[in-house]
Design a protein around this ligand. Structure first.
Ligand code: ATP
Ligand code: MG
Length: 776
């Protein structure tokens, strides 16, 4: 059975078996997509525990996405008879959060510290730029935010950053002010979670040695995407007795733009004393045609460590390619195909649609919505990021921590309380002058504005008092009423939706408490570990300062604080739709490590995928190609590729040519649902494009709707109304394929054609309905 060590190993191939059962030394597994890397990693954990080589508390496993971490816990749960919930399995950020919750005092954080998501971070930076009177065209808030995150990911504090010129000198000042502001408010951003953890371990020998002794095995999935800080972080946890297993695939490195370093793999081999690199060469995920497409595509990259990948599954279905006339018709085609797959027995959750940019999801979402098909979007505007939900969360955060200035500013005048910009400026000046939080400074503001501010602070204080001892649901309901949010949305015209989302927030809290088990990620160390820490010789001072749970309840943080943490960390998961059989929509980046029976890769157009920001340099283009490789290799049984002649993006109609990646796929693995080299994706379009957009660096033609290049020279696709067809002509039909036109009758809407489709026989078609494309 699966609960015996031998059962666990059943079905592994010899290389996988070797990897799973390696002696406790550091090891590197370098292997292509779908070769079982994650399976090896998970099985190894289970096997080590099953055979008594490891206790569940002695292992740490790191993955990149919440979804992957959950999946790993689920797989472990199925393999092991022990509870897996308390195990240190999670994302880098999730584990850092857990660590800092346990050691908040040493880390110089308030106990209930909250996490800033990227939009909070941006608004915090905007405030500073304004307060420092800087020109926000020279110091663009987004860029400053990247600068700060980038510095942190390099392990650099403001004092460590190299100042080269006036611009960077000011940037560093903003960084400094931002840090002070976060510290004052008791909030941390994502990069800070990592950096704080790293620094604390670096500077505190006792703590470091404690963790190094504790974790006998550390396993890191998707190692190719680690950045410099994550690598240094990993080293902090690694002691002389720690065995680190890193698994990765250089061909799937897709975060170089965020500082990830494939070089970490070679550094790891050297610095961790890896004796032998294990390669897995058999792909278990995809059928042959899909794998051929992936292999052929990635062979166009030059910077590769070199791996082979083959499958014993047959060729399977061909990779289907579809050319749409517009993004709407692309979406409609997808809905029809997905519906058919579902009718034929595929679960909706086994169907994924991937896109390069979040902005592409809107059209698809509305097509799915109109068709009444359940779907779930990962990324994009997520549940916890919707305005009304953020407002509610801000009130909750203020209840938890009145000094959270970001939350304060978000809701101090929402719903309106007669607090204007001028009053808020006075308040911010006063707070800055005294180095205190906004909430602590309200008495410094004179007049009506000041008394309104005081009333707001009193309102929050009253909520805090009134919610003491209530459960999470009751706290949220109380807040929704007392804050005025519910009343406000009742009068708002889009209010109904928003009220539903607020109700959903209550549900999410309930689910968090009951199903998930409160504080799954948040509660740092169970009480017995507290004792364990002392027993393991951690100096008492360290142990008692950090690991003391609440004397009465044993809790390390309040349920509310735990829930708020959950909301920031798991913003990607829409609770509302959890558990439903829904079609999966996500960016290629967030599909990493996942697999689906059917995968649709949409928007395969020059400028979109490969992205126009990347096509100008070789490295950028190779990263796009790896991204495409990741996308293709998500598919188990069926792969669909689509592109569209036109697309509305950012308010403009773009006229596209198909992605260069099509030229890098083996023709033998493809089946074109629309004629190849017809329509706008043809050579004609390419010439037209290069003449039109010469030197602009844009991969597609952007223009107003009425300059459709299709009206120019005559080789564009023939439209239905002006069906310039002639008898004897070869035509293509999406369902029946190639045929020869035998008879034409009628005109306008009544026009009909008789076509001989060979294998599919002779058909009569109404030209106003059937899409017939002429083939030269
Ligand atoms: P990626 O690079 O995309 O993360 P991976 O190398 O981590 O892929 P897994 O997700 O571990 O690959 O495995 C791919 C699929 O192959 C999974 O469905 C897994 O269960 C299956 N698989 C792996 N090894 C075997 C095996 N020996 N026998 C049968 N199925 C296997
Ligand atoms: Mg994997």
């Amino acid at each position: 059975s699966g609960h015996e060590p031998q059962g666990l190993l059943r079905g592994l191939n010899p290389e996988q078996l070797a990897a799973v059962t390696l002696p406790a030394k550091s090891a590197l597994i370098l292997a292509g997509a779908g070769s079982g890397k994650t399976r090896v990693l998970t099985t190894r954990i289970a096997w080590l525990i099953q055979t008594g080589q490891l206790t569940p508390g002695g292992v740490m496993a790191v993955t990149f996405t919440n979804k992957a971490a959950k999946e790993m816990l689920t797989r472990l749960g199925a393999m092991l008879p022990v509870p897996v919930r308390g195990m240190w399995v999670g994302t880098f950020h999730g584990l850092c959060n857990r660590f800092l919750r346990a050691h908040w005092k040493l880390a110089n954080l308030p106990q209930g510290f909250q996490i800033l998501d990227s939009s909070d971070q941006l608004s915090a930076v905007k405030r500073i730029i304004k307060a420092m009177n800087l020109d926000d065209e020279r110091f663009v808030p987004k860029q400053v935010t990247w600068f700060i995150a980038g510095s942190k990911e390099e392990g650099l504090r403001p004092k460590d950053v190299d100042v080269r010129d006036e611009q960077s000198r000011v940037m560093v000042q903003v960084y400094q002010a931002y840090e002070e502001q976060c510290q004052r408010e008791g909030v941390v951003d994502f990069a800070e979670l990592m950096l704080r953890t790293y620094e604390l371990l670096r500077d505190n020998v006792a703590l470091r040695e404690h963790y190094q002794r504790r974790f006998r095995h550390i396993l890191v999935d998707e190692f190719q995407d680690t950045n410099r800080l994550q690598y240094a972080w990993l080293k902090m946890f690694t002691g002389p007795q720690t065995a680190v297993m890193a698994v990765g695939d250089d061909d799937q490195s897709i975060y170089a733009f965020r500082g990830a370093q494939v070089g970490n793999m070679t550094a790891f081999e050297r610095e961790f004393g890896v004796e032998q690199v294990i390669k897995l060469e058999r792909n278990y995920r995809s059928y042959g045609n899909i794998l051929d497409a992936a292999n052929e595509l990635i062979s166009h990259n030059t910077n590769r460590l070199g791996k082979n990948l083959s499958t014993e599954a047959g060729p399977g279905e061909p990779v289907r390619v579809f050319e749409a006339t517009s993004d709407f018709s692309e979406a409609q085609w997808f809905v029809d195909e997905a519906r058919q797959l579902h009718r034929d027995g595929m679960a909706r959750s086994d169907i994924a649609l991937l896109y390069r940019s979040n902005a592409q999801s809107r059209v698809i979402e509305s097509a799915l919505f109109n068709a009444g098909m359940p779907y779930k979007v990962y990324g994009g505007l997520r549940f916890f990021e919707r305005a009304e939900v953020k407002h509610a969360l801000s009130y909750l955060r203020l209840i938890e921590n009145p000094n959270d200035d970001t939350s304060f500013l978000r809701v101090v005048n929402f719903p309106t309380r007669g607090i204007g910009t001028r009053t808020l400026e006075l308040l911010q000046d006063a707070a800055r002058a005294s180095g205190r939080s906004l909430s602590q400074s309200v008495t410094a503001v004179p007049g009506k504005g000041g008394s309104n501010l005081q009333a707001f602070v009193a309102l929050i204080d009253a909520m805090r008092e009134a919610t003491k001892g209530l459960n999470l649901r009751q706290i949220i309901e109380h807040m929704l009423h007392e804050s005025g949010l519910l009343d406000f949305y009742k009068t708002d015209k889009e209010g109904q939706d928003r009220i539903e989302n607020l109700e959903e927030l209550v549900n999410a809290a309930e689910a968090f408490v009951t199903q998930e088990g409160f504080g799954k990620d948040a509660v740092a160390l169970p009480i017995d570990e507290h004792a364990g820490a002392i027993a393991e010789g951690l100096p008492k001072a360290v142990a008692s300062v950090d690991l003391t749970p609440d004397a009465e309840t044993g809790e390390i943080m309040s349920p509310l604080a735990a829930f708020l943490t959950h909301a920031s960390l798991e913003a990607g998961d829409n609770q509302a739709q959890a558990g439903q059989d829904a079609i999966q929509l996500m960016t290629v980046h967030s599909a990493k490590g996942l697999e689906f029976d059917a995968v649709f890769i949409t928007g395969l157009e020059e400028g979109l995928f490969p992205h126009e920001n990347s096509v100008s340099d070789v490295d950028g283009l190779e990263e796009e190609r790896r991204l495409m490789y990741v996308a293709i290799t998500r598919a188990r049984k069926r792969l669909y590729l689509s592109f569209s002649q036109t697309r509305m993006l950012h308010g403009q109609t773009r006229y596209n040519i198909k992605s260069r990646f099509f030229d890098e796929l083996p023709e033998s693995a493809l089946r074109w649902l629309t004629p190849r080299n017809q329509g706008f994706g043809s050579g004609f379009a390419r010439e037209y494009q290069s003449a039109w957009a010469k030197g602009s660096g844009l991969g597609s033609i952007v223009g107003a709707g009425n300059v459709a290049p299709r009206n120019a020279p005559a080789s564009g696709p023939v439209t239905k109304s002006s069906h310039g067809l002639r008898v004897g002509q070869s035509v293509f039909h999406t369902r029946f394929g190639e045929g020869v036109l035998v008879t034409l009758e009628g005109t306008g809407d009544d026009a009909r054609a008789q076509v001989n489709f060979g294998r599919h026989g002779m058909k009569w078609l109404a030209l106003s309905v059937a899409k017939l494309t002429p083939i030269e």
